[in-house]
Design a protein around this ligand. Structure first.
Ligand code: PBG
Length: 328
């Protein structure tokens, strides 16, 4: 054959492929979500997330140092709240001495360079397992936003670099930004879960925090997976209200959403490879049906290719090791 163009030339060797790669995953792209529990020396494996643990604060500090050593710049904190502290108004969520607030302080004290992001939502604190205050089986919006604002302020005071509202109430980004300004927390950022879908892929996470909704589902506040134009609206509103980073969640089934948002907006985009995405890869790997390491690198690189600048993933540590060892 006499071809004018042979595309395989650029795929001929690992060196050439690396030269022309359009995207390369870096540890600095990654955010490690961490689950914190009360106590000391506690490290509990999460049944539906094999290889992932809830840690007490002392062990979280060890974990954070390890992540930092691997070049991972940020952690995203979630706390498991004892049943007796749960209520319908998030009283414990706004406790300046609560587990979240103490964990933030401990990390910033031990390792100030680590970027600390905090989950802002009521579900781990809620008797009902919902992200907001419940009345007559309805999730109240404005009353919830008031608590989220107060909660965010306690995180900012504790030293959080970013608060990350994952609740999907309307108007919360503007309200949080206004309160941060008013209280002179001018340096605290907001990573908004702008397009968060009502997804079955959160199942294992709800096991991790014992936060499954006690009644109904989250479809009156999280987005319908049939929609993507609506995601653009959510993102645009959150940017207008003062979000610094916007998040799309879950990640792999929503690459089209990441890509559309990337084409339209200039802010940094993060994507959350959620618990169910983790557990699927883990389970298939354990069964020998798929190569776990390659699935990790491929899925994360594809999320980046779609347009994500940052990826929150339970594989952060594993991915950083794979990158360091030159795996692809
Ligand atoms: C709740 C919250 C959830 C996740 C992060 N924050 C679960 C939910 O909305 O029910 C899911 C994360 C994951 O599945 O990894 N505010």
């Amino acid at each position: 054959m006499n071809l004018a163009k042979r595309n395989r030339i650029l795929r001929a060797s690992p060196a050439i492929r690396a030269m022309v790669a359009e995207n390369a995953l870096q540890p600095s792209d990654l955010i490690a979500p961490l689950f914190v529990v009360e106590g000391k020396g506690i490290r509990e494996e999460i049944a539906s997330m094999p290889g992932y643990f809830r840690n007490s604060v002392d062990l979280i500090l060890k974990e954070v140092r390890e992540l930092h050593g691997l070049g991972i710049p940020a952690v995203l904190l979630f706390v498991k709240v004892p049943e007796k502290l749960k209520d319908n108004r998030g009283k414990e969520a706004v406790n300046p001495g609560g587990l979240m607030q103490r964990t933030v302080r401990a990390i910033k004290e031990a390792l100030p360079e680590m970027v600390v992001m905090t989950d802002v939502a009521l579900d781990p604190y809620s008797l009902h397992g919902h992200d907001g205050i419940v009345e007559d089986q309805q999730i109240l919006n404005d009353e919830t936003v008031e608590v989220l604002v107060e909660m965010s302020l306690t995180h900012a005071i504790a030293g959080a670099d970013f608060v990350a509202p994952s609740d999907m109430m309307d108007g919360r980004i503007g309200a949080i930004r206004a309160a941060l300004e008013q209280h002179h927390h001018h340096g605290t950022g907001i990573m908004s879960y702008a397009a968060k879908y009502a997804s079955c892929f959160y199942g294992p996470f709800r096991d991790a925090l014992d936060s499954a909704p006690g009644f109904g589902d989250k479809k009156t506040y999280q987005m319908d997976y049939s929609n993507s134009r609506e995601a653009l609206l959510e993102v645009s509103q959150d940017i207008d209200e003062g979000a610094d980073i916007i998040m799309i969640k879950p990640a792999l089934p929503y690459l089209d959403v990441i890509s559309k948002v990337r084409q339209k907006f200039q802010v940094p985009i993060s994507a959350y490879q959620v618990s169910g995405e983790y557990s699927m890869i883990k389970a298939a790997g354990q069964k020998g049906w798929m190569d776990e390491s390659r699935a990790i690198l491929e899925s994360l690189t594809c999320i980046k290719r779609a347009g994500a600048d940052l990826i929150a993933t339970y594989f952060a540590k594993a991915a950083a090791h794979l990158i360091r060892d030159g795996k692809s």
